[in-house]
Design a protein around this ligand. Structure first.
Ligand code: GLN
Length: 262
């Protein structure tokens, strides 16, 4: 008897699940979101970041990732109707983790042709340029002055790629950019190359030791930050782009800029 009841219940449940999903393929693939994306099938958007890049991402007082990117992706998750779960990992692992450990990555990540071979990107949401941090008494002021120097950076970043191109320069790669900045302050490096906003945040820790030079004086190109997405998941890409546009149009995006940027 018990068994029959349980079988009946199982059948009823299965019927409910099938009806719940409906006949729309999109709803089935994207879970509750109704977006035809395999990444959203479980109703969760698992987001990789590297919480070492203030003001875009850093560990808040409660030990959880906080910052502009975190607030932005949570707002995007709300628009998509999915839960956002953040995985904090090394920056250099983010691109390869998309599609396995994580669904997408947001990490002040610059759109590059090389990364585009492995992932797709959302519309860009922020522009930046590399800055050069140097000791306060340094004479470094132009691109040529960087030749032959020992320069710190975060491993696998666009700053790292720039150093590779500088004649005779040695790239000292760190997992955390803050460690490069600490070594600069302690006299172990000639310079650090890092994105504009984090450069400002880190340099302000050492106002008597470090100066923050604008990449424009070094002819560095403008970089565009975007969310890295699984390659070929156009439904997710479109949904994320629509969400970004909506958040820009309704003023949410500007509010986050005011809240998080210095
Ligand atoms: N914008 C740089 C890049 O994409 C640095 C990003 C970071 O360190 N989080 O490589």
């Amino acid at each position: 008897m018990k068994k029959i009841v349980s079988i009946a219940l199982t059948v009823a449940l299965m019927a409910a699940v099938v009806t719940g999903c409906g006949s729309d393929k999109g709803a089935a693939a994207g879970g509750a979101s109704g977006i035809d994306s395999a990444a959203l099938a479980d109703g969760v958007l698992t987001v990789g970041t590297n919480a070492e890049f203030p003001p875009f991402e850093y560990l808040g007082d409660n030990g959880e990732p906080d910052g502009f990117d975190m607030a932005l992706i949570k707002a995007i998750g709300e628009e998509l109707g999915v839960e956002v779960v953040v995985e904090n990992m090394e920056f250099d692992s983010l691109v390869s983790a998309i599609g396995s450990k994580i669904d997408v990555a947001i990490a002040g990540m610059t759109v590059t042709d090389e990364r585009k071979q492995s992932v797709d990107f959302s519309e860009s949401y922020y522009n930046a340029v590399q800055h050069v941090l140097v000791p306060i008494d340094s004479t470094i002021a132009t691109y040529d002055d960087l030749k032959g120097k020992t320069i710190g950076c975060q491993l696998g970043t666009t700053g790292d790629f720039i150093i590779e191109e500088i004649e005779g320069a040695t790239s000292q790669q760190y997992n955390k950019a803050v460690d490069a900045v600490n070594d600069l302050a302690n006299g172990r490096l000639d310079a650090v190359i890092i994105d504009s906003n984090p450069a400002g945040v880190f340099a302000s820790k050492y106002p008597d030791k470090i100066k923050d030079l604008d990449g424009a004086d070094f002819d560095f190109e403008i970089e565009e930050y975007a969310i890295a997405l699984p390659k070929g998941d156009t439904a997710l890409q479109e949904a994320v782009n629509v969400a970004i546009k909506k958040l820009k149009d309704n003023g949410t995006f500007d509010k986050l800029v005011d809240q998080y940027m210095q």
